[in-house]
Write a protein that binds this ligand. Structure first.
Ligand SMILES: [Zn+2]
Length: 164
């Protein structure tokens, strides 16, 4: 769980290149407590936003995914984060690694992986805690290994780029 004090803190979670084009989530007032992660889809449907914190960290990490490959006839595929399988729910989301390179990853198009894991846990009579921890670990690995975002523990938080 982590807390976003202000809308500015939410924007600061994203990489500098993403910060000018953020559509804020609806129904969120600050300070805002995030239990697992926060995901919302742009009104246009073109992009989906993710804000989460790695386990042991209170520093939020924001990623913006494009959904331009969605629509039309789609093949069923599996979400790499929650393992939901389907054609309507799961699609290829892309995000910038840097100005020259984009990566695509097969994920729930609305990033509601958490809801689907909780449903699956309910049906199996399991506690969702462990599955949600795995979900956060997969998000962290993606941020760190694919996008090269530093996933810091709370002890080494350095708010670079937070100067006025
Ligand atoms: Zn998913």
């Amino acid at each position: 769980m982590f807390r976003l004090e202000t809308d500015r803190a939410l924007i600061q979670a994203f990489r500098p290149r993403d910060r000018r084009v953020i559509e804020m989530p609806k129904g969120v007032s600050f300070p805002y407590f995030v239990r697992d992660y926060l995901a919302w889809t742009e009104t246009s449907g073109a992009r989906v936003y993710l804000v989460f914190a790695a386990s042991g960290s209170v520093r939020p990490i924001g990623i913006i995914f494009r959904r331009d490959s969605l629509g039309g006839e789609r093949m069923a595929s599996m979400c790499e984060w929650c393992h939901t399988y389907g054609a309507s729910e799961v699609g290829l989301l892309t995000t910038d690694v840097n100005s020259k390179r984009r990566v695509g990853v097969s994920l729930c198009a609305d990033l509601r992986c958490k809801d689907r894991l909780e449903d699956a846990a309910d049906r199996a009579g399991r506690h969702p805690g462990e599955m949600l921890a795995e979900l956060r670990a997969r998000m962290s690995r993606f941020a760190q290994e694919v996008l090269g975002i530093k996933v810091e523990s709370s002890s080494s938080v350095e708010l670079s780029g937070d100067r006025n």
